[in-house]
Design a protein around this ligand. Structure first.
Ligand code: NAD
Ligand code: UFG
Length: 341
């Protein structure tokens, strides 16, 4: 299939572009490089020994999209492009609603512009954030969404899912799959591509990595008084290559209208357990301290993965230790990410 990958130069996007090529698909990448570098695309070209069609465009720019669609026959769209920082979304809610909603709306408007009911299959990057603070664990797709979301970023994912659902109601031929990611970690095992954090990371895995590399002095564990076995928060850390392969599996799935599917491992890992897995992977002592709970954080979240297995015939294969080892390989080979090596 020829697959339009928006945000394909970013962290999850670049790994998915690689997985698509390995599965025999042809990616066409659109990215405005607002949070990424063209270097990631060059590195994927290096690993796969192929050349990748790349367009430096904003997905909110409908004219640019129209021109692309008029020249290319696109079979499917994987829509990663968007802003992704929970903390930043609280400080800049309008920027998040603007970019995350308008990028989705402009793609949908453009693919419907010629009123062809057979629009390309649409795979959307959603998030476990739509569940808010889940009442039942593991959290399954039938859990309620939208209530208890703690930040504008989470609302953008919830609203985009609603938009996709309504478009499916209006056109029964339209296939929209919202993949609800749990917590991606790791990098391609080559250490050639990975997560390129431009600033001090907010997410736990890149933060620990940078402490291990000596770029940050100490890792703060946000809260040691949760009602969990070791008192620290629990998440479902999924290897980014497993996540990437989940997208390839979703391309092969024919949904009847809208379908939301969790992509996680099904296993919860505490912050202390993740820290110790990183210490083992890096063979280093990584200094940490306990700090206050972070505002808006939930106690525990991990996925019910039965639906992904049933519908996509997909399961995660890699462990948290694999994720830590691969993240560390990427970090140690590329201390400044794609910037300077
Ligand atoms: P990322 O920031 O590395 O990648 C996003 C890419 O989109 C970047 O390359 C950026 O330049 C591009 N982009 C942003 N707005 C754009 C626009 N208007 N037009 C064109 N390009 C644009 O983030 P990521 O971690 O790879 O996340 C990818 C998607 O997955 C996002 O939608 C994110 O919300 C979602 N997601 C991420 C996580 C996570 O923890 N990383 C978890 C759940 C969901
Ligand atoms: N944590 C720390 N110290 C840090 C950073 C995080 O202890 O420096 C803890 C958090 O308190 C939490 C866990 O590590 O218990 C994971 O935190 P992250 O910030 O890495 O991830 P979140 O679960 O808060 O959110 C992430 C993404 C969202 C996505 C969600 C999906 O940031 O975009 O996973 O589950 F929606």
């Amino acid at each position: 299939m020829k697959v339009l990958v928006t945000g394909g130069a970013g962290y999850i996007g670049s790994h998915t572009v690689l997985a698509l090529i390995e599965a025999g698909h042809i990616p066409v990448v659109v990215d405005n490089l607002s949070n990424s570098s063209f270097e990631s695309i060059k590195r994927v070209e290096q690993i796969t020994e192929t050349s990748i069609e790349f367009h430096e465009n904003d997905v909110c720019d409908k004219q640019a999209l129209k021109s692309l669609f008029s020249k290319e026959k696109i079979d499917a769209i994987i829509h990663f492009a968007g802003y992704k920082s929970v903390g930043e979304s609280i400080a800049k809610p309008l920027a998040y609603f603007d970019n995350n909603l308008n990028s989705t709306l402009s793609l949908l408007e453009v693919i419907y512009a010629d009123s062809d009911p057979k629009a390309p299959k649409f795979i959307f990057s959603s998030s476990a954030n739509v569940y808010g603070n889940p009442e039942v664990l593991p959290v399954s797709e039938i859990a309620k969404t939208g209530e208890g979301i703690t930040n504008p970023y989470g609302y953008t994912k919830f609203f985009c899912e609603q938009i996709l659902k309504e478009v499916c109601v209006s056109n029964p031929e339209f296939q929209a799959i919202a993949l609800r990611y749990f917590n991606p970690i790791g990098a391609h095992p080559s250490g050639i591509i990975g997560e390129d954090s431009q600033e001090t990371p907010n997410n736990v895995a890149p933060y620990i990595c940078q402490v291990a590399a000596g770029k940050l002095s100490e890792f703060s564990i946000f809260g040691d008084d949760y009602d969990t076995p070791d008192g620290t928060g629990i998440r479902d850390y999924i290897h980014v290559m497993d996540l990437a392969e989940g997208h390839v599996a979703a391309l092969n799935f024919n949904s009847k209208g809208f379908e939301a599917i969790n992509l996680g491992t099904g296993t919860g890992t505490s912050v202390l357990e993740l820290h110790s897995a990183f210490e083992k992977a890096a063979e280093l002592t990584i200094p940490y301290k306990f700090a206050q709970r972070r505002e808006g954080d939930i106690e525990s979240s991990y996925a019910d993965v039965a639906k992904a297995h049933q519908l996509l015939n997909w399961k995660s294969k890699r462990t948290v230790s694999d994720g830590c080892a691969d993240a560390w390989r990427w970090q140690s080979h590329n201390p400044d990410g794609y910037g300077k090596n």
